[in-house]
Design a protein around this ligand. Structure first.
Ligand code: URA
Ligand code: SF4
Length: 216
């Protein structure tokens, strides 16, 4: 029986099916495919001039993390540290986000982290509705590649980009909304928590709930 399977696999390999050795082999090919697509997308955004934010950026910041993440954290736009390092959420707000994720017993690398806008707005101002609209298709491509189950939106700006309306985050945080077949979970932006330390426990509980939703 084993010999038959081996022979079958050899035949398929001769026909050009490279990844039929094991299930692990197949999983690896899928992962490679996703990484390749994300790398291609990264090249596109580094050259992108669809909105004026390209003028002041050092570099666009695509996002980082597990290309097969069940949960994606989505912020507003890169800040100064992110613009300099080319990585999302690595400044003060990012360190808080990382600390809260790890306090749940999970690792930051398990998830995917990105922003609505891929380029830093001057003086870290809020991106305009037009800038968010111009950049949204890149996020949509990331969603198609990564296919997360849950999107945890950090702050009212990210929420607004998805829901196309003003969002009062203090009232609406904790809501789960169905968005194009995905679960969207609204919570505070970690920068808000830096200014309002009393909100830290709530952000922590929200992150825990978003993770539970993603893995349930
Ligand atoms: N704030 C954001 O919204 N995104 C980052 O990447 C960093 C800070
Ligand atoms: Fe392009 Fe987005 Fe950067 Fe605007 S913010 S230039 S749309 S990558």
């Amino acid at each position: 029986m084993k010999e038959q399977i081996k022979k079958h696999i050899r035949i398929l390999q001769e026909l050009g099916y490279e990844y039929l050795y094991t299930e692990r082999g197949m999983a690896e090919s899928d992962l490679e495919e996703r990484l390749k697509k994300l790398e291609e997308l990264n090249k596109v955004i580094q050259e992108c001039k669809k909105c004026d934010l390209y003028k002041s950026r050092k570099q666009a910041v695509l996002g980082e993390g597990n290309p097969e993440a069940k949960l994606m954290f989505i912020g507003e736009a890169p800040g100064g540290d992110e613009d300099k390092l080319g990585r999302p959420f690595v400044g003060r707000a990012g360190k808080l986000l990382t600390r809260l994720i790890e306090a749940t017993g999970h690792k930051r690398e398990e998830f995917y982290i990105t922003n609505i806008c891929k380029c830093r707005p001057p003086e870290n101002r809020t991106p305009t509705p037009w800038e968010m609209e111009a950049c949204f298709p890149y996020l949509k491509q990331q969603l198609e590649i990564i296919q997360p189950k849950v999107l945890c939106l950090l702050g009212s700006t990210a929420a607004r980009a998805f829901l196309n309306r003003h969002v009062a985050i203090t009232k609406e945080r904790g809501s789960v909304i169905n968005w194009e077949g995905k679960l969207v979970y609204l919570t505070y932006h970690p920068a808000y928590v830096l200014r309002n330390p009393n909100a830290e426990t709530t952000l922590f509980e929200d992150i825990k709930k978003a993770i539970e939703l993603a893995y349930s």
